[in-house]
Write a protein that binds this ligand. Structure first.
Ligand code: SF4
Ligand code: SF4
Length: 103
């Protein structure tokens, strides 16, 4: 079995790496939340795990935005393990979402 070598550019910051990404944002959210469960959720781990801070609290209410989503699945796992299981997660439809470029 052959392996593709993984070459990390250690001189690049996370912010610089994120600038290499392109997004084709779908109008329809690929991640959906059960608002009632979110209201009842005390810990709200989604606020801390999302690497691009797509979850925010505004006037005490959880607000979710999907543009910029890296499709890492962290919010789903955190919500299942420490939240209320409110995240219905799927990849974006074909042709939409993040495009990882290497350079
Ligand atoms: S962790 Fe889940 S249930 Fe809690 S606020 Fe976030 S999305 Fe909602
Ligand atoms: S999949 Fe990852 S990047 Fe996308 S909203 Fe969830 S935690 Fe954030």
């Amino acid at each position: 079995m052959g392996y593709v070598p993984c070459v990390a550019n250690v001189d690049m910051s996370v912010e610089e790496s994120l600038l290499l990404l392109k997004f084709n944002v779908d109008k329809e959210a690929h991640i959906k939340l059960d608002e009632k469960k979110c209201e009842a959720c005390k810990l709200k781990p989604c606020l801390y795990v999302c690497p691009v801070q797509n979850f925010k609290l505004e006037k005490g209410q959880l607000v979710f935005n999907w543009p910029g989503c890296l499709e890492c699945g962290g919010c789903r796992i955190a919500c299942e393990q420490l939240g209320m299981g409110a995240v219905r997660w799927s990849y974006p439809r074909g042709g939409f979402g993040v495009l990882f470029r290497y350079g």
